[in-house]
Each structure stands twice: as C-alpha cells, then as structure tokens.
Design a protein. Sequence first.
Length: 376
Amino acid sequence: MATGIDEHLISLRDRVGRFAAQTIAPRDNLHTMEEFPFDIWREMGNEGLMGLGVSDEYGGSGGTYLAISVAGEALVRRGYNMGLSLSWMINQVTSRYFIGEFGSEKQKEQYLPKLACGNLTPSIAISEPEAKAHPKHLKTSAVRKDDDYIINGHKSFLTNGSIADFYIVLAVTGVDNDNRKEFSSFIVPKDTDGVSITRKIIFDFLRPSPHCEIALNNCSVPVSSILGQEGNAYAMMAKPFREVEEVCLMGPIVGGMKRQMEILGALIRNQNITVSGELKKDLGQLQSHLDMLRIGAYEAARMLDSGTDHPEFLSLLLAFRNLSGDFQGYLKAMTTASEIEESTDLKILTHDLINTINIARYVAVLKQKRLGKSLL
C-alpha cells in the first residue's frame, strides 16, 4: 500500500508547496475574478510545474500519476485554490495521458516539449450541449475528404477552453456493423478556420478556471491530426479518461481537505469554542477520513502508474468519492453542532470541493450499480 512517498516526491511536495504559498496564496482575489491569471500560469511554467506529466525525454520530469497527485495536493493545501489546480490538472492529463500514451512520435515531439514548459495550453472537447459525454448522443462528426477530415459540431464544458491553444476533439467518424458509432480523436489548433468560442460558461465555483463552449464549422484538419487509433477513440481513450481524471483530482481534493482542517482549527481557537469530548470525537473522525483518503489517492495513482488492471481500482475510486462527500457532510454537521462560525475562505473552499467531488457523479452512480449487479 502507498502509505508513504519517497524522498524525491517529498522534495517535489515541498517545492510545490513553497511555490503555492509564495505565488498563489497571496492572491485572495482568485475566487472572484473572471479573467484568468496568466501571470501565475507563466510562473507555474517557469517553475517546471507544467512538465510533471511529461516524460524526461521531452523536457518533463518523469510523467508519473503519483507525482501529479502529490503536487496537486500541495498546490491546493498551500495555495488555497481549487480552480487553478483544475486547470493545471487538465494540462497534466493531456500531456501524460492523451498525447503521452496515444500520440505518434511526431505529435509527441511537436506538443510535449511546449506543454512541459507551459508554452501551450490544451483543452479536452468531449462533452456536448444536452448530450454530456454519452456516446449514444454525441453528434460532432468528422468526414474524410482526401487527406483531410472535415469536422462539424458543438462541444461544451471545456475546462481551459477559452485560453486553450489546441483542443482534443472527439468526433464520430463512422458506424460499425451493429450500427454503433465509431469515434476518433483529433488535435485541433484553436486558430483552425471554423473554430470559434460560442459562449463562456461562468460558474460560481472553481474560479479562476475558465470554461466555455465551442463550435466547429467545416474545420479541416489533416489525417495526421488523429490521436490514437482511428475509429476506436471512445473505448480506448475517452472512456478510460474519466478514471484518469478522477485519479488526478484526488490529490487536489485531499489538499483542499487538509486546508479545511487547518482553517477549522484556527476558527475553534479564535472563537474560543469549548473543546468538548464530542468535538474532539468529531475532529478525530474528520482526520481519520482524511488520512484514509490520502492513502487512497496515492494508491490509486500507483495503480494507474503500474499499467496493469487492478480489480479493486474501481472500488477505490467509488469509495474515495463517497468518503469525500461524507467528510463534507460531517464537517458541516460539526460546525453547526459546535456553533462554529464558518469564515469566508472556509465557505469558498468547501463550495469548490463539493462541486469537484460531484463532477460526473451520474457516471459514478452507474458504475456503482454495475459493481453491485456483478455480485448477484
């Protein structure tokens, strides 16, 4: 079990923590600003934080999911912001998963060095208005014409969409013998003719991470822009992406919860709250949950890094999500029972964490039902 991390990862955690404390934490306007803080983004690139998901041969620092988890935890715990970590995580997943695992050698040489130093920002374009990410309802299409593909459709809920230099676009490229849709993924630069941002999506959580919708109208991209295997992108790439994303979000979630506990301790002291036996018990319950979640986050990342299937992997993801939700419920019940007045920073962080935990909850419920069904 991943009950600890080695010296290299401890050094990474401390370095990221120092950076976050010095560069991100002092910016107390991040939770309210609608524009993206490009100055911090550039500093993250200069510090080498963008290259954690890139192998060293392309200018990164190793590309392990465990490193991403450890860094994400420190980024939020010391930087106090979930939104920026979400945008950063999309960079890591694109580098480590989409291009690192499925890219051709030419694509890796073209994109990974620039992703590693922060000179390129990607966005993942799978979901669509109304359809979300359900393959049966996705409509964006790509039709072969000579040596190009012509892409038409709309994509929604694109994290980093409005600041992206390129998009990973999932599109229907045919149907199989059973009349089921076949999908391919394409690397589409933002300056491709026909690509346009149709709407910026403003949430009251996870700021300053930007989201938007895009339209693709007769966008012509070369065959060489296909990422991975043609016609099999949903099963091989888009479907497993959900689990990769969950694992990479575990670290930031744990970091956010650690920060919640720090704020909570300060509130109890500053408000002269009576530390009763019940309050001690409640605090112990929260800490025990947090320690278990941290171990779970590291273990899930190690499983992903192993490159092998683990029968407990899905259960670990589901348990992490459920325990994270329980943690937030216990924290709220405790502050109410002990009459602890929540500070603004605790309310903002809690709101961001709850919304992060609930990302794609409907998919998790379906997986949990299938897991239960397998036992019958």
